[in-house]
Design a protein around this ligand. Structure first.
Ligand SMILES: [Zn+2]
Length: 291
C-alpha cells in the first residue's frame, strides 16, 4: 500500500495523489520526490556518465562481483518467496540488475537521494524499476515490501535506528531486510572520510540495532576475512587517490591479481554457504525477518 507522507493515510490507487488530503508529490525529472527540499541539496551529484563508468568497473572488480554474489545468495536463501524488492540507496543499480536477471518475476523498486542515480538505473534496467526520490523518513509505502535492501548505505547515516524502524513499517508482515556495511574501525582510512562514512561497524553492532528495530536475525556474518591483511596494509600505508577514484584505485587491480582474489572470495563464499563463519572481514552482512 502507498503511504501519504503528508497526512500518513494509506491508499492503493494507481497515481500518487493522496485520496485523503489531495496532496501529490512533486516531480524531480521523471520521478516523484518525497523530499523535494533535498533535490540537488543531497549528496554530490556525480553525473550519469560517472554512474556508467562505475557500473563498468563493478562488472569486473573482484570486490564488487564477490559482494554481489554474496547478496544474491543471501537473497535467494533467506527470501525464497519474495515477490518484490526495494533497494534503498540504489546507486548504480547493480543489485537491482542482478536480482532482475536472477528472478525475472520479482517486482523491483528503488530510491536514491541522487537524481543522476535514478536516471542511470532507469536507463540500465530499461524502465523495469519503480523509482522514486526520498530519504528514510519519507518512504511512501506501508507494509508493502517483501524485502528491503540497503547495501553500504547505513554507514553514511548518523542515526540508523529511525531508518531501520522506517524499513520495518514499510515491510509486509513476514518480510525482511538484507543489509551490508563496512566493518572494523582498524580499516578506517581517508576513503571512509571522503565517502562520508559515519562509522565502520564493530562486532555484532548492526545485528543489535536491527534487532532493536523489531527484527529477528537470520544471518549475521563477516565477509572478505581473507582480504583483511591486504586491505589493512593498503589503507594504512599506501597512498590512494581521493573519492570514488580512490575506491576504484584500491579495487582496480591487474587482471591476474583480480582473478586470484575473485577465486579466494569464491572459496570464502563456499565456506559461508556451508555454515562456516570467518570471525573478521571488511564487510558485514545481516539478513533479518520482520518479527
Ligand atoms: Zn494525504
Amino acid at each position: 500500500m502507498k503511504l501519504c507522507t503528508e497526512c500518513r493515510a494509506v491508499f492503493d490507487t494507481k497515481d500518487w495523489r493522496c485520496p485523503t488530503c489531495g496532496v501529490a508529490p512533486e516531480m524531480a525529472g521523471d520521478w516523484p520526490t518525497f523530499r523535494a527540499d533535498l533535490v540537488g541539496a543531497g549528496p554530490k551529484e556525480f553525473g550519469s556518465s560517472t554512474y556508467e563508468r562505475m557500473s563498468a568497473f563493478e562488472a569486473s572488480s573482484f570486490y564488487c562481483l564477490s559482494r554481489l554474489r554474496l547478496i544474491r545468495w543471501a537473497f535467494t536463501k533467506f527470501f525464497p518467496t519474495a515477490s518484490n524488492f526495494y533497494d534503498f540507496g540504489a546507486g548504480t543499480g547493480y543489485v537491482l540488475d542482478v536480482l532482475c536477471a536472477t528472478r525475472p518475476n520479482l517486482r523491483l523498486y528503488g530510491s536514491d537521494l541522487s537524481i543522476d542515480s535514478l536516471a542511470w538505473v532507469d536507463t540500465r534496467l530499461g524502465g523495469k524499476v519503480d523509482l522514486f526520490h526520498t530519504d528514510a523518513d519519507h518512504i511512501p509505502f506501508s507494509e508493502h515490501f517483501d524485502v528491503i535492501g540497503a547495501f553500504d548505505v547505513l554507514e553514511h547515516i548518523e542515526d540508523e535506528q529511525p531508518v531501520l524502524r522506517a524499513f520495518h513499517k514499510a515491510l509486509k508482515p513476514g518480510g525482511g531486510v538484507l543489509l551490508t556495511v563496512p566493518q572494523h574501525m582498524s580499516l578506517w582510512s581517508r576513503l571512509d572520510d571522503e565517502t562520508g562514512h559515519q562509522r565502520r561497524y564493530i562486532g555484532d553492532e548492526l545485528a543489535v540495532k536491527v534487532k532493536a528495530a523489531g527484527f529477528t536475525i537470520v544471518l549475521d556474518t563477516c565477509f572478505m576475512g581473507t582480504l583483511f591483511l591486504p586491505q589493512y596494509i593498503s589503507r594504512r600505508w599506501l597512498v590512494s587517490p581521493t573519492g570514488i577514484e580512490g575506491f576504484e584505485a584500491e579495487h582496480n587491480l591487474p587482471g591476474p591479481v583480480n582473478g586470484f582474489l575473485k577465486g579466494v572470495l569464491s572459496l570464502e563464499l563456499m565456506l559461508l554457504k556451508a555454515g562456516i563463519r570467518i570471525p573478521f572481514g571488511g564487510m558485514r552482512i545481516v539478513a533479518a525477518h520482520k518479527s
